[in-house]
Design a protein around this ligand. Sequence first.
Ligand SMILES: NC(=O)c1ccc[n+]([C@@H]2O[C@H](COP(=O)([O-])OP(=O)(O)OC[C@H]3O[C@@H](n4cnc5c(N)ncnc54)[C@H](O)[C@@H]3O)[C@@H](O)[C@H]2O)c1
Length: 249
Amino acid sequence: MTGRLAGRVALISGAASGMGASHARAFVAEGASVVIGDVAVDAGKRLADELGERAAYVPLDVTRSGDWEAAVAATLDLFGKLDVLVNNAGVLDGGSLGSYTEQQWQRVLAINLTGPFLGLTAARAALIAARPAAVVNISSAAGMQGVAGMHAYTASKFGLRGFTKSAALELAPHGVRVNSVHPGGIATPMIGALPGTVTIDRAENTLTRLGEPEEVTPLVVYLASEESSYCTGGEYVVDGGMTAGSITG
Ligand SMILES: NC(=O)c1ccc[n+]([C@@H]2O[C@H](COP(=O)([O-])OP(=O)(O)OC[C@H]3O[C@@H](n4cnc5c(N)ncnc54)[C@H](O)[C@@H]3O)[C@@H](O)[C@H]2O)c1
């Protein structure tokens, strides 16, 4: 098998939908074997079937350490090793201070921030054993700048950016690189934009249109591959210029 990820074995959380599904498709096309970990059973199985023998679905709720341990064990059973972890699963909600509840806050933090921590905790030994290994944490433009009314989401994505750096520093001597990716507005079910069901403004001005999942995936492939062998602890925006600054004078 040839390809930019030939022979790599990846576990991608939240890969049943949106950007995660795009990453899974590209990883298989680039020669990797992929385990799709998601709470969405039907969509996860459908994608694994579509991708063929180098793909499998495992049920994974990223807030449960036992699920992560089972997903890592299943990956080793199926494909013999684990050398790429993509922490992609995430949820979005919002609400003004005063009405945004503690329960909402805890849920978003549990999925978006504790999830990647539990994932890397469960995968750490396997990644080190498979060195050189790579972890790609999907943060957000909301991990670089605040978003009004999205308190837990912004906090979770800033937190994931920070956790990426502490993990990168600790794991560099063990041959494991850890980087964060910061997409801007991307047309996925998360933001109510199912590809194919909305009209995306394809104007050349990236500031005025949504991105598509396939415009984020090449960066994730790069960070998962040994092409990025000197990159760790980094933060990579793919946001159409959203975080570059203000367009008003
Ligand atoms: N769409 C955007 O504009 C945007 C921008 C920046 C960052 N992101 C981030 O990109 C990542 C992917 O988002 P997307 O836009 O593709 O959204 P999406 O809703 O299409 O996909 C998210 C996936 O995560 C899964 N998921 C949710 N909770 C889970 C849990 N507890 N355990 C396991 N899986 C779970 C869902 O089932 C779904 O398949 C998220 O981390 C999101 O925060 C999205």
